[in-house]
Each structure stands twice: as C-alpha cells, then as structure tokens.
Design a protein around this ligand. Structure first.
Ligand code: ZN
Length: 514
C-alpha cells in the first residue's frame, strides 16, 4: 500500500515536471514566433553599427549597444576588459581607373591598412615581376616607386566551380582546372623567388616606394572576396574584385599601363581597451552554478559580419530576452558571453576562462554558435562521456519541428580550435557547438565583403533561438550537475602516442601593437 502510494507520488511529480516543461516550451515558442526581435536587432547591429573589428570604435559601440539592450530587457550586463589592441578605424576607400579609360573600381582597403593621409594618390599599375631569384628581385624593386603593384595571381575564371559543373563540358572543366592549378603553382614560385613571403613582400614594396599594394583574395563565388588584415605600415593595401583586378592585369599584359587614382582613409587610434560583454539572469536555487550561452561578437570588416557572427549573436541575445520574460527565476544562473577578438585566436573567451576561476568549474553546460545563419543540424558530445545522457534528456523536450534535421554524435571527440566553445572544452567544461547548415557560408559570407544583413535567413535564426532557449532552460532545471568525465582518446596511429585532450591556451592580451 505504502509502496503504491510512493510510486503514485513519484509518478505525479514526474508528471508535474513534464507539464511544467511543456508549458515553458510553449511560452518560449510563443514569444519567439509572436514577438521576434531578431530583425530589429539585426538591423541595429549590422546596418546601424556595422562591422566589429577588434580595436575599432564600432566594436566598442557594439559592446555598449548590447549592454544597453540587455538593460531594456531588465537583464544585468557589463563589459569586462580583457586586453588591449591597436586602435584603428576604417574610412572611405575610392579606387578609380583613370587611364586608358575611366572606371570606378570595386575594392576596399584591408583591415588595419594605412591610408593615403587625406590625399588622392595617382600612379601606374604594375604586376609583380617574374624574376630569376632574390638578387634579380632587389634589382627590379626600385622600379615600383610611385606605382601600385599587383601581387595576386590572375584567376582564369570568375565563375565558381558549381557553375562550371552545371554548364561546362567534361573537357572544358578539366582544362580550366588544369590551367588554374598551373597558374597557382607558377604564382607561388614567383613569390618565393623574390625571397619574401606573403607577409613580408608588401613591406619590401612599400619600403621601395610603391604607392600601394593591390591584391585579389577571391573567395571562389560570384563577386566575392575575403578581406583580412594588411601587412603594410605606410601605404594602403587594397583588395580589388576579381573582375576589376583581371581588367588591370590583362591591360598590363597587353602592353597598356593603366593608371589609378586612389583615396583611402583610415585612422590610427593608439592603444585601446578590449572587452567581452557578459550578461546574466541570477539563479535562485543554485546561483553559483552556471548555464552559458556563447557567441563571438567581433568580426572581420569587409562586410558587416552578418553571418560571422552576427547571427550567433542574435540567437543568444534573443534567447536571453525570451528566457528573462518566461523564466525569470532560473534554478541556476544563466550567463551569456559575447566575446571580443575570436577572429584573432579565441582571445576573449580564453581570457574569460583564465579570469574566472570562480565560474568555470561550476558551468553546467555551454552552448556556442558560430558557423552561419543556418538551422542547427549538428551537436557533438565533444568527448564528454555522459553528454549523451544529459543532452539527450534536454533535447527530448524540443519539439520535432525545431530539430528535424538535427544529428547528434556521442560521445564525439574534443573539437579543435574552431570557435569559442573550444576555450571551455580545454578547461574541462562541457561546452558544445551548435553547428549550422551551410547556406554557402564558406565561399560566400565567411570573412567576405558580402557578409551582410541580406544573407541572414531569419526563419533559421529564429529556429536556433528557440532551440537554444529550450536547451538552456532544461540545463538550468536539471536535477543533477553534469558529469565532466572524458573519454579516453584513441592512440595516435601516426606517432603511437596516447591521444591528448586540447590544452588550455593563453589569450593574446595585447594585439596588433608590434
Ligand atoms: Zn566566427
């Protein structure tokens, strides 16, 4: 009799918990779908503030915007200083061809590029010479004085491979690929024969008096280039679209020296502090245990960092907003980290791990998102032996609609340096990556000049905000603290050494200041 009563009580308490969960899940979905703030947040961040390169005033503006935004939702937020960086601000770049005809060219200066100091600089364009060796190169170098130098290979086609595969003949595709790989090899040799590498060559050119260095870092899609940092210290490094780079290159090859007019503005701002934005909803029963949301806040600045990592940022902010509304008194403390300087080596998150020994050992779980705008389709257990139990339990409360294509890998293997979750995995924290569907991320938006608001797929981002909010709620409510037990990694077949877990890596706390 007594036993039956206990079973009944147990059953009913499980039933009560399940009912509570389904009410909570329903309220999360209602708020996410009926009152989504994603487009507004996306517009303010990507269009209003723009790209978020570490050390720029726009990065700082974004941190301040996030703190203020959390404030309007009644969520406590702060900017935590973790380092210092070279302060720099991008200005306008105007690149015009003025001979043999007039055409405005599509291009921009690289990040941290020096400008033209308020002047318009004109000069001929030359191609990096194909010399016999480094001695011949030193003899050629003085001829670049006052000229713009093209230092990238000329792509034989501006069409992406998928376009060739759709319309080309077998022969024409093979021919193009062979030609491209020959040109690529020859160009690698051309650079190495100078005695310099991709990093030191631009400096040698500017020291020889070049007016500027021009590259074309094509991203293998229609009209898309990757925009990274400049190595020059005195003259601008410019990236031109494949179309315009090819135009200049062919003119020179055919005996016409094109002339450019360039004005490129940028400001040096000295040493500036760098931050992470951290926001929290205090736990009521176990305030010293933490469930974390995580996404890097910084970006490269060729576009506006919309999918890298504006969308991850939006997912975490929207999930926090919804949780504060429907679950204001969580059992454990909910923390979100919007990291600075992921792009230069996970610096913000690594610094947080170092700076918070009071938090890191007490993190129940962390979810990071950082590979584009798509629906989350993959979660790996990162080598945590019991991840299957708890993630499986938490996911079981997510309605099918929001996890239709989701695949899980348990126990999985510890991820390398991919993104900020790795900083936590290395410290033994059950930290997971919410891995997204591609949407042509690698070629079209990742670190490119086309990573802008229009590429955001809001339905998918909304899906991810719902999924994340439910996982965070479930992780907060879980009766048990998660196990940190790790799998034994297999022996490395090549070295015969036992498999090693990734070690904690020091962040770079002062960057770009050499
Ligand atoms: Zn990223």
């Amino acid at each position: 009799m007594i036993r039956i009563l206990i079973v009944c009580l147990l059953l009913s308490s499980t039933a009560v918990a399940q009912h509570k969960d389904s009410v909570m899940v329903r309220r999360i979905i209602e708020e996410a779908t009926g009152n989504s703030q994603l487009k507004k947040l996306g517009q303010e961040l990507m269009d209003g503030i723009g790209p978020r390169l570490v050390g720029t005033p726009e990065m700082q503006q974004a941190h301040d915007w996030a703190v203020a935004k959390y404030g309007t939702w009644g969520i406590t937020a702060r900017n935590e200083k973790w380092g210092e960086w070279r302060g720099w601000q991008r200005g306008a770049t105007h690149i015009d061809m003025i001979h043999p005809r007039v055409k405005s060219l599509e291009g921009t200066q690289l990040a941290w590029s020096p400008g033209t100091k308020g002047k318009v600089v004109t000069g001929d364009v030359v191609i990096l010479a194909d010399v016999a060796d480094s001695i011949a190169f030193q003899q050629w170098l003085p001829s670049v004085k006052g000229k713009f130098v093209l230092i990238s290979m000329n792509q034989p086609t501006g069409r992406p491979d998928y376009n060739w595969d759709e319309f080309g003949t077998k022969e024409s595709i093979e021919k193009m690929k062979k030609e491209r790989s020959e040109i690529t090899d020859a160009w690698t040799k051309r650079i190495s024969k100078t005695g310099y590498n991709a990093r030191t060559l631009p400096v040698a050119l500017e020291n020889a008096g070049a007016a500027g260095v021009i590259i074309c870092n094509w991203s293998r899609g229609f009209g898309v280039n990757k925009i990274f940092g400049a190595n020059t210290k005195k003259v601008p490094t410019l990236d031109l679209s494949l179309e315009d780079y090819g135009l200049l290159y062919r003119l020179i090859e055919n005996g016409v020296a094109p002339k450019l007019s360039v004005r490129s503005d940028s400001k040096e701002l000295g040493v500036v502090p760098t931050y992470n934005t951290v926001a929290e909803i205090k736990g009521t029963e176990k305030p010293n245990e933490y469930v974390m949301l995580s996404a890097h806040f910084d970006s490269w600045d060729g576009g506006t960092g919309a999918t890298d990592n504006g969308t991850g940022t939006l997912v975490m902010m929207e999930a926090m907003r919804i949780l504060k509304l429907v679950y204001p008194n969580p059992k454990r403390t909910i923390l979100v980290g919007h990291w600075g300087s992921e792009e230069q080596g996970l610096n913000g998150s690594r610094a947080f791990v170092e700076d918070h020994p009071e938090i890191v050992p007490n993190i129940q779980a962390l979810f990071n998102q950082d590979n584009g705008t798509g629906r989350v389709v993959n979660i790996s257990g990162q080598g945590f032996l019991h991840a299957y139990d708890y993630i499986g339990r938490w996911l079981s409360r997510v309605p099918n609609k929001y996890k239709q294509e989701l695949e899980t890998r348990f126990p999985g293997a510890p991820g390398g340096g991919g993104s900020d979750y790795a900083s936590f995995v290395a410290a033994g924290v059950p930290a997971f990556s919410l891995s997204s569907l591609g949407w042509s991320y690698g070629n079209y938006t990742w670190h490119t000049n086309r990573d802008t608001y229009d590429k955001i797929v809001f339905d998918d981002v909304q899906n991810n905000a719902i999924l994340t909010a439910i996982l965070i709620y479930m992780a907060c409510e879980d009766e048990n603290k998660t196990s940190r037990e790790r799998i034994v990694l297999p022996v490395n077949q090549r070295t015969g050494e036992p498999g090693k877990w990734p070690a904690q890596t020091k962040p770079t706390r002062r960057g770009g200041l050499d």
